[in-house]
Design a protein around this ligand. Sequence first.
Ligand SMILES: Cc1cc2nc3c(=O)[nH]c(=O)nc-3n(C[C@H](O)[C@H](O)[C@H](O)COP(=O)(O)OP(=O)(O)OC[C@H]3O[C@@H](n4cnc5c(N)ncnc54)[C@H](O)[C@@H]3O)c2cc1C
Length: 884
Amino acid sequence: MGTIIGAGASMLREDDVSTNGSGAEATAADVDLDVVVVGAGFAGMYLLHRLRGLGLSARVIEAGADVGGTWYWNRYPGARCDIQSVDYSYSFDPELDETWKWTEKYAPQPEILRYAQHVADKHDLRRDIQFSTRVESAVWDESASRWQLRTSDGRTITSRFYVMATGCLSMPKEVDIAGTDRFAGEVYFTSRWPHEGVDLSGKRVGVIGTGSSAIQSIPIMAAEAAQLTVFQRTPNFSMPANNGPIPQEKLDALAKGRPQYREAARWSGAGVTVEISTTSALAVSEEERLAKYEDVWEHGGIIQVINSYMDNLVNPAANELLCEFVRNKIRATVNDPETAEALCPKTFPIGTKRLCVDTGYYETFNRPNVRLVDLREHPIASITETGVDLVDESLEFDVIVFATGFDAMTGAIVGVDITGRDGLTLKQAWSEGPKTYLGLMAAGFPNLFMITGPGSPSVLSNMMVSIEQHVDWIADCIDQLRADGLSTIEPTPAAVDGWVQHVNDYASITLMPQANSWYMGANVPGKPRVFLPYAGGVDRYRTICNEVVADDYLGFERRGPDGQRRNDGVVRRVQPDVQLMLEAMAGMNLPTMDSMSAAEAREFSNAIAAQRAPGPDVGEIVDGVLPGAAGDLTYRLYRPASPGPHPIVVYFHGGGWVLGSHDSDDPLCRDLCVRSDAILVSVDYRHAPEARFPAAADDAFAATQWIAENAAALGGIPGDLAVAGWSAGGNLAAIVSQLARDAGGPRILGQLLLTPVTDCDFSRASYTENADGYVLTTPLMHWFWNHYADPEDRTSPKASPIRAESLADLPPAMVVTCEFDPLRDEGAAYAEALAAAGVPVRHLPCRGQIHTSLPAVDMLLSGVQIRAEMAAAIRGFFTANVPA
Ligand SMILES: Cc1cc2nc3c(=O)[nH]c(=O)nc-3n(C[C@H](O)[C@H](O)[C@H](O)COP(=O)(O)OP(=O)(O)OC[C@H]3O[C@@H](n4cnc5c(N)ncnc54)[C@H](O)[C@@H]3O)c2cc1C
């Protein structure tokens, strides 16, 4: 056996990579194959099986001396899976499920490795795997449409397809501590633990790192060593494995039908069937919440804990409740209060780093031979010949164990020198962070596939399920290319950019990016900070991958001797939370409003409004009455909590002049009031068809005049007046601005027009592109206009403000439009026309949003930034900060 080599050198054992591979014999001559696969972990093994089934020539190249990947390398004491073994196992071969019996709920590493070896034996995989060989470079040969690979044994292999099954957590991170190679004692890495084991008895051991591997191994090392010192930079959340026999309910679920059980996992969010809460942690009593936490803590696993409440990963307040529950568990376990506090994570939300699973980790700190060194208080100055020098103390060790983690998700991929089309290297292409389509392929690298690559659910899931899905997709794709007589496939740059955007959009509606985690590349100095996995879930991701195929490989270009097929496009353009809302609504099979009478539609929209989140608290709400153009109107005033007087915004609700009230837009008004620190007065103007054009416009103007005159009495600053409105309300705000200009007052300092109706012309492209499927439909707009105004009235500027003779001298404006809204283009046209008339205007186009996104306060997190910008625009109106 080779010696373990210290930091700075290759992390591989010296005897693992040799020139004399076992398994598949490396022939002296160059080899040409259909497919080369790098890595013989669970991914490479299953892929080899599938490729053989397709009759393709394939070879796997593996740096280690046997199959198993993760489970071949990570042999540290206590290494186990953190997903129950029944779930963390292959599903492609039902016989395996019948014949292989897991001994424990969470099997230990030797058992998982034996399982991998058993699968290799059963399917005779090793004859096509070249072990102890590293792929060092891969170059795309455009003229031959083939990859040319160089391996560590100095040979060249060419292949049509090249698959990186190199694993997300297979490239150990370089140790970045001064003096690492000075230490004269024994050095071990958890990720490259010696096959023969290590005798720690009677030794002084220092462990650097407190990630998952450390948390699993520390209790066992502590029981053996004379002294154990744990160096902790950032504490992690860990939960007890409660390991033991496979739980009865698991066995019962399996007994009911394995195929259904496996299929349910494939269509679950994390690749494991668990109950997904639809309740907010903030919506239940403390007693109920604690009971739920205790239940998942005792009987569940990491996925159940994180899914205990629906908002754990999106709402900081909900997340903090779970954090505190876990911290209290730590405090209750660790005797020394100072050590307990140091072990309590406080710098990141729970679940934003993979929750660890342990057996006796926190209890270990009650042992007399164990000490915790909090590196935030006592940083390491240097590793020395005899141990570790802290800034304030020198410690001596016989053994140092590095549990310092991995260059996750991208490390092993860019660890091979990959050069694609036109000499572009993958390292260059990914210099700002990985850019993939579906985590499967990169633009400029034809026929190069990645399994569980960045941009796929991968490490956020039960990886077995994700691996099988990727392998199947890739194998089916290669098979389809062959059937179609095509030889290459590559994603288009637009598809890649769209996917990267979608992955970022998903991450940014969660708390995930808030942690300095390896999900963010934050553990590796110099690595770009981008959220690497896809947070949308295994089920949603599978749907997307299937859709791409069904849509004739949307976003891909395929070529062959007979020409090329380019199907450019972006697979998900709607914001993820908006998409979820649309899916939920589609599932309800709601009737369309344009099929109803006005009264029915009002009842229906009121019922929907009643289910919304209430919006934030404001200082005060006052309901009142003011004189409209033809009788009294009700209004609702929202006053900020700060001391007044405040500027006033007159607000007009949406609803196509037919529906709505100050109730319907209540959450949005609260939100704008809190964010802008202005009074909002929401006016309930008369509605059609009872009061048709120009009743709403006349009421809106009359109300604005009255509010201007009574500003002081309302607690406002006289003269500090702006107007705002959403949809038909945006139409009214624009019209009021024109009427006030023409009448010489009141003076309006700004107009905030949210997805406004500005014209009666239905010929703009957004009416066709977004005619259906995004809540406000083109037929519904016809229905609104028909109720509101006769055709001859619609072209009046009092109905279609874009048709005004002049738009000059109007108040500064912010116009907000949403990408998937029939009204998008007329809003944009109004912004353009205002600008052309010399009005200071800011047009804010909202990518991936729909007409009803903006009022969905506290429901659509992707709208938060937009509302912040709207409020900033309101503040700008009153400080003469003209929008730019
Ligand atoms: C300690 C630990 C515990 C884990 N527990 C769980 C769990 O409980 N549940 C879960 O879902 N996931 C877990 N994971 C994630 C785990 O990595 C995956 O579940 C799965 O094993 C990955 O399989 P893979 O085949 O994709 O990659 P790997 O198993 O990492 O295999 C990749 C192989 O590629 C080889 N390789 C890489 N580069 C080259 C090259 N250039 N040339 C030749 N060979 C190369 C490596 O030697 C390696 O053997 C764990 C990971 C670790 C490290």
